[in-house]
Design a binder for this molecule. Structure first.
Ligand code: ZN
Length: 323
């Protein structure tokens, strides 16, 4: 099942109980795991399959609740995931998740709000939580041929206050209002890691790269920027191309991958989201990385990957304030 349509998904998941079973299959692979103590014993099932339970408000919930044989605490497949404590039914969540993974450029919260008849705040929070899951990387450091480059996002100079239009030397101030980002692409695996950095000094880039790459076992490819040269000895090897001399590809050394990535990224940020605040930019970058890194996967594989990443993300409403 390479390509899935939303109609097929709707047939596969006719109601909320089916949505729970779907998520259990994806996250537990048929073997419930207690999120409280990690036990994978045969847990009790508290409500019979498909049978609804009455909630406090008198509504019938199709939530499937389990009880741990070891620690005796209750749990469901939602415990410890981005779906935990949600009031939106799980079936809707799965559909929104699917729309966000299968779309090329992402889906705006407004569209989700209209399509599923949700309150604006609810739709917005759902899309933000899904982005957090997309940005939830394995934490493993990359190893391989790493193409590194930096870029500046946002803040058009013409919209700025007149006295800030020029820097001290009188040149048009191109960068001060923009947010620097660092992009690392593993040319061997096709995976990308992009994040906001405070500046593009050698020390800052070095630290950001050390957090994400096993440098001693990786080869670095960059443009001629001095910032990379200073600490290049820490890598297995370093090769650079001289863009100012019109040199873009030399042997296998190329930052073309990064440049293509950036032009796509800039289009996506301005096209889909118009303006992205600094705080939200990291989350959008995580989403973009997810799309980029999974571009060779089919819909089903991509969906499975994202569902796997819905665990271990704690999103609170306080932490992500509405834009
Ligand atoms: Zn337990």
């Amino acid at each position: 099942m390479a390509h899935i349509t939303i109609t097929q998904l709707a047939q596969q998941i006719p109601d909320d109980a089916a949505a729970y079973e779907y998520l259990e299959r994806m996250l537990w692979k048929g073997k419930p795991v207690c999120p409280h103590c990690g036990s994978i014993n045969d847990h009790y099932f508290l409500n019979a399959q498909g049978e609804g339970r009455k909630t406090r408000t008198g509504k019938i919930s199709q939530r499937r609740v389990w009880c741990c044989k070891d620690c005796r605490r209750q749990f469901s497949v939602l415990t410890g995931t981005i779906f935990h404590g949600t009031r939106v039914n799980l079936r809707t969540w799965i559909f929104v998740l699917f729309e966000m993974t299968s779309s090329k450029n992402g889906v705006a919260a407004r569209e989700i709000e209209r399509k599923y008849g949700l309150a604006p705040k609810t739709a917005w929070l759902m899309t933000q939580k899904i982005r957090e899951a997309m940005a939830n990387k394995s934490g493993q450091k990359m190893v391989g041929t790493i193409v590194a480059d930096e870029a500046f996002i946002g803040g058009e100079p013409k919209n700025r206050h007149a006295d800030k239009q020029f820097d001290q030397t009188g040149r048009v101030n191109q960068k001060s209002n923009k947010t620097p980002i660092l992009c690392l692409i593993n040319a061997d695996t096709g995976e990308s890691h992009t994040r906001v950095v405070t500046d593009v000094s050698g020390d800052t880039l070095r630290e950001a790269m050390a957090e994400q790459v096993d440098k001693e076992r990786s080869d670095l490819m960059t443009d001629e920027a001095k910032a990379y040269k200073r600490y290049a000895w820490e890598w297995q090897s370093h090769q650079s191309v001289n863009h100012s001399a019109g040199e873009y590809v030399r042997d296998r050394v190329s930052t073309n991958k990064a440049e293509n990535f950036f032009s796509q990224l800039k289009r996506s940020v301005s096209g889909t989201h118009h303006a992205v605040s600094k705080e939200h930019l990291n989350r959008y970058l995580g989403e973009f990385d997810f799309r980029y890194s999974t571009r060779e996967l089919d819909d089903a594989e991509r969906m499975a990957k994202l569902i796997g990443q819905t665990r271990g993300v704690r999103v609170t409403y306080k932490r992500i304030k509405m834009a």
